[in-house]
Design a protein around this ligand. Structure first.
Ligand code: GRF
Length: 208
């Protein structure tokens, strides 16, 4: 792909994955790429602070502040158009994207999830809830997944997964810590594959 990547990161939380992407760009691991804006539905999201301190445009756009879903979606689309965004990264964004945005950016939206999808994904599966569910179900391994986003929560063709073993005394908190380390490694790797045009979709199967 010759065209440079203009990335929008959507985040509701502290923003460590946003930071990992920024670091990968700054260190030269991710070439020809720029985070052009960060969008959050939470006013106090750490991700917005990270954006501001890196000179990246930061937007708080919450559905509560719009009278209907169409106006909320339009506000997001206006920002994406304004910055000529050509890749969206969901990084702990706790809202389902509207079909209109998924359609407009089909195969140009990635998400990172702190488990080995298709297990332990879906509505309500975020933060420590995921790791609690993994431990309670007696799994011996968990991990992180980067996938292309479709209209469903945590669903779409998988790009990269990496696993970790659970320790016998694993807690949701310790597992979260281990998995975040993996996330910060594989999310930039997946963006690199995308930037290099190495992700090709054929009948919903990813060829690398
Ligand atoms: C990560 O665990 C990610 O997998 C999930 O939400 C969390 C976001 O963490 N989708 P952070 O805000 O990037 O630190």
């Amino acid at each position: 792909m010759n065209e440079g990547l203009k990335i929008a990161v959507f985040a509701s939380g502290k923003g460590s994955n946003l930071q990992a992407i920024i670091d990968a760009i700054e260190s030269g691991k991710l070439l020809n790429s720029e985070v052009v804006c960060v969008i959050s539905n939470k006013k106090d999201a750490g991700a917005l602070e990270i954006a501001k301190s890196n000179g990246i445009s930061a937007y708080y756009i919450a559905s509560e502040n719009y009278s209907n879903r169409d106006d909320f979606d339009s506000a997001i689309i206006d920002v994406l158009n304004f910055h000529s965004v050509n890749l969206i990264l969901l990084a702990g964004y706790l809202k389902l994207l509207s079909p209109i945005i998924v359609q407009k950016y089909r195969n140009r939206i990635l998400n990172i999830h702190p488990a080995l999808l298709p297990k332990f994904g879906g509505k309500g599966m975020y933060g420590l809830n995921v790791h609690r569910a993994v431990i309670e179900s007696g799994e011996k391994i968990s991990g992180a997944t980067v996938h292309l986003v479709d209209e469903e929560y945590d669903h779409g063709p998988i790009i990269i997964q990496e696993s970790v073993e659970l320790d016998p005394d694993e807690t949701p908190e310790s597992l979260q810590k281990k998995i975040q380390k993996i996330e910060h490694k594989i999310y930039p790797e997946a963006v690199k594959l995308f930037a290099e045009g190495k992700i090709k979709i054929q009948n919903e199967i990813i060829m690398k």
